[in-house]
Structures are given as structure tokens and as C-alpha cells.
Design a protein around this ligand. Structure first.
Ligand SMILES: Cc1ncc(COP(=O)(O)O)c(C=O)c1O
Length: 362
């Protein structure tokens, strides 16, 4: 392995493939891999290629730009844009053969007047109240689309509480099923699940699931369903500087940590400019030479400070920021980092910046 300079993200190909196979067996549905936000921070190029090799043909994105990135990686991929784009993007949508999620009558009318083949998925709002047509308008929009030149490919909804409130999810599911029951859905893709609901919604009326977090091997924090997911991302850096400091010395911005004993402090070149979150101090730690070492002082833009008083270290020793220690005894998960930062796993992953070089491992 080449000598580390700053921080590196190691993206694990075999873990992604194993997760996709596992989720495919579990859900018994076609998987649409959500690759928005640079494939949840993993790097979209690598992720799409690996997933395609593993048999995935559908990819979901949040913007036309992301869709074009996927199209440039794969000529054959099916690409689903998860929200209506601005009208100015329709020519790019046509050119790049992007399937659209639609829900506003005015936008649908606009599309009907466009020349060319447009694939659409009608989204209905069953309780998220973000985007989606009102349930009362569902029949009307179905009819409008089906009697137009638009090609209806799928019908979908999105659950707001899949990881926190199964009953609310079940109610949304019931509403969705009641709405579609009056229609001939043969040949259509029906997709409602995200990662969390995939673990308990075994309803086989649906044939596709939009999977994000679980494909990247992260356990959903609140539910503890058994799973065989493997983390697809590890983050490592190195010790770049060592110093001895006296009890009472204050370290980092804002004098944010006062040493309680004479200490050895390591510096490692990763910070919030790399996406390693600022609030990781005071609860966070890293792994150095198979030991858990606490962060001391605020995370800075490019560097963190680590208490290594109790261990043997030298400059260039490896620092694991996310992942397992070499002997496998300790692990820092995405959920750990999210909890130190009082946030959610999705935010931790998607914020990992492009400054961290992505290196593929098998
Ligand atoms: C519409 C939609 N579907 C599916 C997903 C995937 O969710 P998860 O990462 O929880 O699997 C997302 C993620 O934000 C989404 O916005």
C-alpha cells in the first residue's frame, strides 16, 4: 500500500457486493441502489461500476447532474431521478434517458407537451409531506399519464418513519395499497421501501426497493434487526506529529481541552474540511496501534489531536478514524461517529469530502 499522506477512504468492493446480494435475498425485490451525494460519500464511479457488476441495473439520484454522472459511467443503467427537476433540465433528461419521479399536475402537463420518450414514476404522498401527489389526486394523475404519450414505469411513495415507527409505516403502506388497488399495475414497478423498512416489510405486492444506507453496510441505528451487512467504508490517516505537553496546558482552538496529566499528543491530518465532523470532540476517539485513543481539543479544519500518552507510537503510524483495529478487537462505526455528533449516519457518510482520496480494496 502506498505511503499515506493525509486521510484516505478505503471503499470495499467485496463488502458492497456481499451487501447487495444479502439485501436482494432478504427483500426478494429488484434493488434500486441510491447513489446520490456521491454514493453516500463512497465515490459514485466506483460504486456504480461495482454494483453493475453485481447485477444491479437501477440507480437513484437526487439531481440531473448526478444522473448524468451515472449515465457517463454506464450506458445501460436505468436511472431514477427522485424528485421533479426544473423545466430547464428536460432536454438533459431526454438526452440521458433518465426516469423521472413526478407528482405535480402542472409539471406533468408540461412533460406531456414535450416531444420524445419520457419515462415517469408517479409518487404519492402517504405521510412524509415532502413531495408526492395528494392521495385524492392519485386517480386523476394516473389517468392523465396513462392516456398521454408519457410512459408510466412505476408508482412509488416514501416512508418518513421507517426506522422509528413501524405502525405509521404500516398505515402509509395500507394507504398506498388502497390507492393502487383500483388500477391495473401489471408490468409496473411498485417501490416503497428504503433500507429500514426492507428489514420488516415482507409484503410481496411490491417489486422494487430503493436501498441506500444498508447497501453501504450501516446498521439502522434505532432498530436492531439482525443483519449480515458489512461496512463498505473505512477511513484511515496517519500520525503526522508528536509532542510532549505538561499537565495544565490547553490544546486546540478555544483552549478547548486542558491536559489533566503530562501527556503525549499526536496530530493526525484529517479534519472537518475532510468531512470528519467538528462535534466529534469531546466524545470521540480513534484507533492507534490497536488501542482506543481519545480526541483532545476541538477538531480543526485539517487536523485532529489525539491523546497517545499510554501507548507506543511513532510518526507515520496508522490512525483508524472509521473501521476496525488491525487485530479486529475494536471498531469505530458510522453510528458511533453519528452519536458523538448527535446526528444521523446518512449525514456522516454524505459529508465525507472529495479531499479524502478514495481507494478501492477487494
Ligand atoms: C426517496 C428516497 N428513497 C430511498 C432513499 C434511501 O434511503 P436509505 O438510505 O434509508 O435506504 C432515500 C434516501 O434519502 C430517498 O430520499
Amino acid at each position: 500500500m502506498k505511503q499515506m499522506d493525509r486521510g484516505y477512504i478505503f471503499v470495499n468492493k467485496s463488502h458492497l457486493v456481499s451487501n447487495l446480494n444479502y439485501l436482494s435475498d432478504l427483500t426478494k425485490k429488484e434493488l434500486c441502489l441510491v447513489v446520490k451525494a456521491n454514493a453516500y460519500g463512497h465515490g459514485i464511479q466506483w460504486t456504480v461500476k461495482t454494483a453493475e457488476e453485481a447485477g444491479i441495473s437501477w440507480f437513484a439520484v437526487a439531481s440531473v447532474n448526478e444522473a448524468i454522472q451515472v449515465r457517463n459511467i454506464s450506458k445501460g443503467a436505468r436511472i431514477l431521478l427522485l424528485a421533479e427537476p426544473s423545466k430547464s433540465q428536460i432536454k438533459n433528461v431526454l438526452k440521458n434517458e433518465i426516469d423521472l419521479t413526478v407528482y405535480n399536475e402542472e409539471f406533468i402537463d408540461e412533460l406531456i407537451n414535450v416531444e420524445g420518450n419520457l419515462n415517469v414514476h408517479l409518487k404519492v404522498d402517504t405521510g412524509m409531506h415532502r413531495i408526492g401527489c395528494e392521495p385524492e389526486n392519485f386517480d386523476k394523475l394516473m389517468e392523465k399519464i396513462q392516456t398521454s404519450s408519457l410512459n408510466l414505469v412505476g408508482i412509488c411513495t416514501h416512508f418518513p418513519t421507517a426506522d422509528t415507527d413501524e405502525q405509521y409505516t404500516q398505515n402509509a403502506l395500507n394507504l398506498f395499497k388502497a390507492l393502487i388497488s383500483g388500477h391495473d399495475t401489471d408490468g409496473l414497478l411498485l417501490h416503497v421501501d428504503n433500507s429500514a423498512s426492507s428489514f420488516y416489510n415482507s409484503d410481496d405486492s411490491f417489486n422494487m426497493t430503493r436501498i441506500g444506507l444498508a447497501a453501504y453496510g450501516t446498521q439502522i441505528s434505532i432498530k436492531n434487526y439482525d443483519h449480515n451487512l458489512m461496512p463498505t467504508m473505512e477511513i484511515k490517516t496517519r500520525i503526522s506529529n508528536l509532542q510532549k505537553r505538561n499537565k495544565g496546558d490547553a490544546v486546540s482552538y478555544g483552549k478547548s481541552f486542558e491536559l489533566e496529566r503530562d501527556s503525549t499528543i499526536a496530530t493526525a491530518p484529517i479534519g472537518y474540511g475532510d468531512g470528519y465532523p467538528w462535534n466529534s470532540f469531546p466524545d470521540g476517539h480513534v484507533l492507534v496501534n490497536n488501542k482506543i485513543c481519545k480526541l483532545i481539543g476541538r477538531v480543526t479544519m485539517d487536523q485532529i489531536l489525539i491523546d497517545v500518552t499510554d501507548i507506543k507510537v511513532k510518526v507515520d503510524d496508522e490512525v483508524t478514524v472509521l473501521g476496525k483495529s488491525e487485530n479486529g478487537q475494536h471498531e469505530i462505526t458510522v453510528t458511533d461517529i453519528a452519536q458523538w455528533n448527535k446526528t444521523i449516519e446518512w449525514e456522516i457518510l454524505t459529508n465525507m469530502s472529495r479531499r479524502l482520496e478514495r481507494i478501492e480494496i477487494e
